[in-house]
Design a protein around this ligand. Structure first.
Ligand code: ZN
Length: 492
């Protein structure tokens, strides 16, 4: 990665300052059709194939609001602890862009869908911190300008309007974050919540989750906010962190050298790890917002809101707490096991089938995760069902198999989608804890290893490990080591 050509402040200088960060997050709602017309939403369709007079912005075409989009937006707002307003107003945000054929975006302005929410985040190992959510509003997406990839891209820009009219929500935070780590944690939480709700896939590579940041710095202890710059194009978690750290260092260096930060929009360039000035920041009045005359106010009754609320699943934060309280999991394990809704649901099924939460956590985070990683699969498509994994754990608990045999049976379960007990019986992989059968093997091992037996009798306790190992080997791993240990001690 080429290094930055800008002057950046040293860590010592940066430490004198405090960053103030607010995020604007765009989330694409997972509807089947667009927000104001019936065109399908599909990624990768032939350019300009999913379009109609409404999303092409043809004169006289009338928008009709998509009810499903509103319900997803309500779910998102409730999950972020926002107050959903009984009445909100769509507004035209006027600006010209080749991929915006209407000449305006339909958004919400002074009367948004929802306001006054919050997200609790944990960053840098500190205690949970509450980040305010100023508002959640609905809007439509513009089309896409494609500046490269064509033979004549040096002379032409291509426009694809398939994306035009895709439903979005914009989640605007308060300027409550003080580091790139907090911003990272906030965006992570938003993504996780939206995915739990199935409000959005949040696939950043497809642009389903996009993020802009407002960044300013001030001397530690200062009350007054510094001038903020908006940084755009933070379209991966990695870029979010890099771009914020870069922008903070740039602003500190500027102030320390006697300059001043100007209010502008800067674009993050991941190739050079720099932010570059794009345009001086426009103000709300530049957009000449006014109420959209083609849409009636959006009214959301208490009853509708409550009906949407009852459809919502348990959210990750509450699930994490419940896993710690009910299953005795550590914070770390609870976090990993609730990282996706599918993961947490799988884990709970394993617990139900095995009756052992700790063992379930170990198997899901250990062998199962390794298997998924090796096979490149998500847990939803796991080759081993949660029931089968639970049964395997129950077989260990009942003493029918030991840990070693379980590790032998596990890959066979993945290969054949069979219950562990079926594999165990067919392949004769049961634990031998029968004392008669074990006694015979133990006697053979004692006879074959007189030297070690002498050592043990002479007080060298650790030799028992070697002898138990010989029995395990002779029994092809099927002996129950606890029983073998006890029997050796009795015999010698
Ligand atoms: Zn359309």
């Amino acid at each position: 990665m080429p290094s930055s050509t800008e002057t950046l402040a040293t860590p010592e200088l940066i430490a004198k300052y405090e960053a103030v960060i607010g995020l604007e997050v765009h989330v694409q709602l997972a509807t089947r059709t667009k927000i104001f017309c019936g065109c399908a939403i599909s990624f990768g369709a032939a350019p300009n194939s999913n379009v109609c007079p409404v999303c092409l912005g043809l004169p006289g075409a009338l928008p009709v609001l998509n009810r499903h989009a509103v319900e997803l937006a309500i779910e998102a707002s409730l999950a972020l602890s926002c107050t959903v307003n009984p009445k909100s107003i769509f507004a035209r945000k006027n600006y010209f862009y080749p991929d915006l054929p209407k000449g305006y975006q339909i958004s919400q302005y002074d009367q948004p869908l929802a306001e006054h929410g919050f997200v609790d985040v944990i960053a840098d190992g500190a205690a949970a911190k509450r980040i305010g959510v100023t508002r959640v509003h609905m809007e439509d997406d513009a089309g896409k300008s494609i500046h490269d990839g064509f033979k004549d891209s040096d002379r032409y820009t291509y426009v694809d309007l398939n994306r035009s009219g895709t439903p979005l929500i914009e989640i605007v935070s308060e300027p409550d974050m003080r580091s790139s780590a907090e911003a990272y944690a906030y965006l992570t939480e938003i993504k996780q919540v939206m995915q739990y709700l199935n409000v959005s896939t949040c696939d950043m590579e497809k642009g389903h989750l996009r993020c802009d940041a407002n960044v300013s710095v001030r001397l530690r202890g200062a009350e007054k906010l510094g001038t903020k710059a908006e940084v755009k194009n933070l379209n991966s978690f990695k870029f979010l962190r890099l771009a914020l750290d870069h922008e903070i260092a740039r602003q500190v260096a500027l102030i320390e050298s006697g300059g001043r930060v100007v209010q502008e929009t800067r674009l993050y360039n991941p190739d050079t790890d720099e932010t570059v000035s794009m345009r001086s920041k426009e103000h709300a009045h530049d957009y000449r917002y006014f109420p959209e005359p083609d849409l009636v106010p959006l009214r959301i009754s208490e009853a509708w809101k409550e009906q949407v609320r009852t459809q919502m699943p348990e959210l990750p934060a509450s699930r994490r707490k419940r896993f710690i309280a009910d299953y005795g999991l550590s914070e770390y394990n609870a976090e990993v096991l609730t990282s996706t809704r599918a993961m947490s649901e799988y884990f709970e099924k394993v617990v139900a089938a095995s009756g052992d939460a700790r063992a379930a956590a170990n198997w899901v985070m250990g062998d199962l995760s390794a298997l998924l990683k090796d096979t490149g699969k998500e847990i939803e498509d796991s080759a081993i069902s949660a029931d089968h994994l639970g049964q395997l754990i129950a077989l260990i608990a009942s003493g029918k198999i030991n840990g070693k045999l379980a590790k032998d049976i596990f890959p066979k379960m993945a290969a054949a989608n069979e219950a562990p007990e079926v594999i165990m019986q067919r392949e004769g992989l049961e634990s031998i804890s029968d004392e008669g059968a074990l006694g015979k093997i133990i006697d053979e091992v004692i006879a074959a290893n007189p030297k070690q037996v002498e050592q043990y009798k002479g007080g060298k306790q650790q030799v028992i490990g070697f002898l138990v190992g010989q029995v395990m080997k002779a029994s092809r791993g099927q002996a129950d080591p606890a029983v073998v240990n006890r029997m050796f001690k009795e015999k010698l």
